[in-house]
Design a protein around this ligand. Sequence first.
Ligand code: AMP
Length: 114
Amino acid sequence: MAETLFSKIIRREIPADIVYEDDDVLAFRDIQPQAPVHVLFIPKRAVATLNDLVVDDALLIGKLVLAAATFAKREGFADAGYRTVINCNPDGGQSVYHIHLHLLGGRQMQWPPG
Ligand code: AMP
């Protein structure tokens, strides 16, 4: 897959407001936040889209979700609630082809989304 700017963030070649890191996952604040809290959780091992996942990636994707929940608890808005989103391909609104989970919190979310 083609490398994206997220690989450069992982390697600290471009700046980002990093808020969480473990062996497999990095998280940083979205540059165009759509909520008071808007953090992107990415695997350090790049996968382009949800469509590219294989069974062996299941643990990695689980770790993204767990990292988001851990962050929400740590930051104190887990009980109030939040939304997680993974966009896939153009109709899903994906613009960066390194899979990422959006964590949005700090305001009432609407449903259905636009
Ligand atoms: P998506 O549209 O689901 O692919 O989400 C990509 C997200 O990456 C968008 O919400 C962008 O605002 C965000 N983004 C793009 N470049 C950066 C960057 N350098 N640092 C942080 N977030 C970024």
